[in-house]
Unconditional design. Sequence first.
Lengths: 323, 290
Amino acid sequence: MIKVLKPGLATSVQDLGREGYYHLGIPPSGALDQYALSAANCLVGNPAGAAALECTLLGPELEFTVDALVAVSGAHMAARLDGVQMPHDTAFAVCAGQVLRFDFPKIGARTYIAVAGGIDVPLVLGSRSTYALGALGGYQGRRLAAGDELPIGEPSGQGKVGASLPMALRQALGGEIELRVVPGLYYDRLLPTAAKSFFAEPWTVGSEADRIGYRFKGGSALQFQPREQPFGAGSDPSNIVDSCYPIGSIQVPAGLEPIVLHRDAVSGGYAMIGTVISADLDLIGQMQPNQKAHFVEVSLEDALLARQHYKKKLKRMSELFLS
Amino acid sequence: MSQPIRYSFGADEHLFAEVSDSMSLEAFFRGMAITRALEKLELEGVLDICLANASFQVRFDPDRIAPQALLEAVKAVEEKAVAERRIQTRIIEVPVLYNDPWTHETLMRFRDRHQDPSATDLEYAARINGLADVEAFIQAHSGAPWFVSMVGFVAGLPFMFQMVERERQLQVPKYLRPRTDTPKLTLGHGGCFGCIYSVRGAGGYQMFGVTPAPIYDPAQSLAYLKEHMVFFRPGDIVQFKPIDRASYDQAVAEVEAGTFDLRIRPVEFSLDAFLADPQGYPKTLQEVLA
């Protein structure tokens, strides 16, 4: 079992998420950086989609009551086991009674802690992921709190101390990020000048950035075509009749600041102007407030190619560790 | 003839379809017919079919179904699916304590985010809808049934569209800036849509009252939530019943004891019968609950 001594800023149990309930208002949830979650799992011999801990900006303090094999991937927050720094993207042994702590993140926003056997919380609607807005899944439907005791599942026995992710399979985090976007949905409702400046200007991550969505600021306001609003659509030109939102879709309430929705998305009444491609969603989850980003226009074909490339990398990783 | 459906890809995992840019029961029925027919196809690689008020969205895995193949399949369904003008559904009586102390406390706390800080949400809604007073507004709100036209925003939250002619639709803007808090099971209203907040949390809709009836519960404690933790489905019909504080308290006690139940009856709805007699026809639906 793992005892939570300090929970960190926003630590929750996540796996790859649940599909098939978005039509009831229950979004996919799951790790915002699916690649890092998969990497941490592979390193300890878990299936790529086992439940692990997602830690945001400030890591937790965890006491292990049993021996365990652990790996940390994603954002670089130095992991310290009883004070000794452990290597990133590498499996290490933890003895019963030892305490794992983390430094502030140097690069990236979300660190994934996998333990051999996975975090053994109950499956809810097919997943162990936490959906905090709906108080569903994970550990009692919420972020971790001090005093929580997390059960560990049965290890596969495939994990080895020292297993390490090859450099070619590690993620480049930090710096100025390019987010590839397929324009569409209500893109044509933007004025041409706004459509142009959206892609041309740099944006920075605002302080409202969480599992629901990331708000970006710093670019010019994005004006929508003036029109007589249809019945039921709300009074602002950025409004539409309430609809579902694609994961990764970009909305611009009142034309001010773009919001990219992520895996705990809601639905609502703002026009979406495009969608970040699936291969780039992980990058968003690793962005810190004030980090710079550019939105880059791509086609659906480009998105599919990027996805193939991404999936190949994931496949190589799981073949390497889980053969 | 209705306008053509507009399709657009939300990158590589979503197909978005706008049935109509304005809200109407016709648009909702058309979206419902297409999504129901699509569900029956059980297409490989389709992860989720989400029906919304006047649009729908298909979430898919492009490794298992090519986007163009999906689009063609949906268009073929659209051609064949003639919007059902008649549906078998259920009518549910939802008790409401209008003008309750909890939403009142909350709306006072967020008065600076409201269009009219000197009035309550109910007083404001009555005034801008040309109704004499709060009593008249409650009467209009609970006088005709509502269609659940979408389940979303957060877990299990129903959006509802009232069964009245367009001229009689109650319309209110959302708060100027969204609240950071809304009591659980608040009856909300934004634009032409009513809703019931399934969980406590942020929100921008005007607040009119609370229901004691849980509509979302991962623990599934009540009989009507045993089948699924989410109670509402698009196509459900809701009839609000104003109750007083004593009845509300009693219902809450029953919820806590696990004995609370909702009045639910099977009913057929005919779009044409409604359009032919928008004032009289809903009364025949209400009678099913008697």
